[in-house]
Ligand binder design. Structure first.
Ligand code: MN3
Length: 264
């Protein structure tokens, strides 16, 4: 008998055994639900919200295909990974994502990396979509109209132009994949920081204390955020991105962060 024939018979025999075992299981089903196909991520507790604008609304600064893939595929994959990590963890699933990200070192060890990467990915991308808007809409791009935010940027960075220059430097110098952030620190000052991968300034115990604070603005500098339109020209992507920054939202976040600080 040829070796492949023997292998075939051996496989058939084990398949028959498996089939008999499965017939026995079927005789007394314990759970009467239809199983999902293998590899299907659990649905919930987190879902992908639609973009707050049309996917082509950021043209010409961020192209349509990048937005569709970035939101529909990359962001969805972070949500799927987060839901998978929280499967069978009802106590954690009902916590806010901010609470989970703020206390990663206190989570069960097996969940720390998935929640850091996928929970961070979900939080960061939700924040990112809402940090932008169509360039032609009121308040988008240009200079922040809010006097308190404009004054704080000038006070802590010298001028708005200096702020943009320093922020762009942090985003350009981030080696590999990561983010640049404008944060409000607990001392009431604004700061520019950068985090690797999907880390963010909320992550106590993972991000250096000097880089922690309340995010007001975030820029994704993973290649998936710009490569289709800008290829290796990250500085060009950053320069164009200022045209779609949603300053009214940044100002609202600043007011909310200041109010939260004053309650502490
Ligand atoms: Mn991204």
């Amino acid at each position: 008998m040829s070796s492949s024939r023997r292998q075939f018979l051996a496989l058939s025999a084990s398949a028959a055994l498996a089939s008999a075992a499965s017939a026995q299981t079927k005789a007394a089903p314990l759970v009467k639900t239809k199983p999902s196909p293998p590899g299907t991520p659990p649905s919930g507790p987190y879902v992908l919200d639609p973009l707050p604008y049309a996917p082509n609304a950021l043209l010409p600064h961020v192209d349509l295909l990048t937005m569709e893939i970035h939101h529909g595929k990359h962001h969805q994959a972070y949500i799927n990974g987060l839901n998978t990590a929280l499967q069978g963890e009802p106590g954690l699933a009902e916590k806010s994502l901010e609470d989970l990200l703020g206390g990663i070192p206190f989570l069960p060890e097996a969940l720390q990396t998935p929640i850091r990467n996928h929970g961070g990915g979900h939080w960061n991308h939700f924040f990112f979509w809402n940090s932008m808007g169509p360039a032609q809409a009121p308040g988008i791009g240009g200079d922040p109209a809010d006097p308190a935010l404009a004054a704080a940027l000038a006070k802590d960075f010298g001028s708005l132009a200096d702020f943009k220059k320093k922020f762009a430097e942090a985003a350009t110098k981030r080696f590999g994949s990561g983010w640049a952030w404008l944060i409000l620190k607990t001392d009431g000052h604004l700061a520019i920081v950068s985090t690797p991968n999907q880390d963010n300034p909320l992550m106590q115990g993972l991000v250096p204390n000097a880089d922690r604070g309340t995010p007001l603005l975030g820029l994704d500098v993973w290649e998936h955020a710009y490569y289709l339109n800008y290829q290796n020209r990250r500085p060009d992507y950053i320069a164009a991105w200022w045209n779609v920054v949603n300053w009214p939202t940044v100002a609202q976040r600043y007011q909310a962060a200041l109010a939260a600080l004053s309650k502490k």
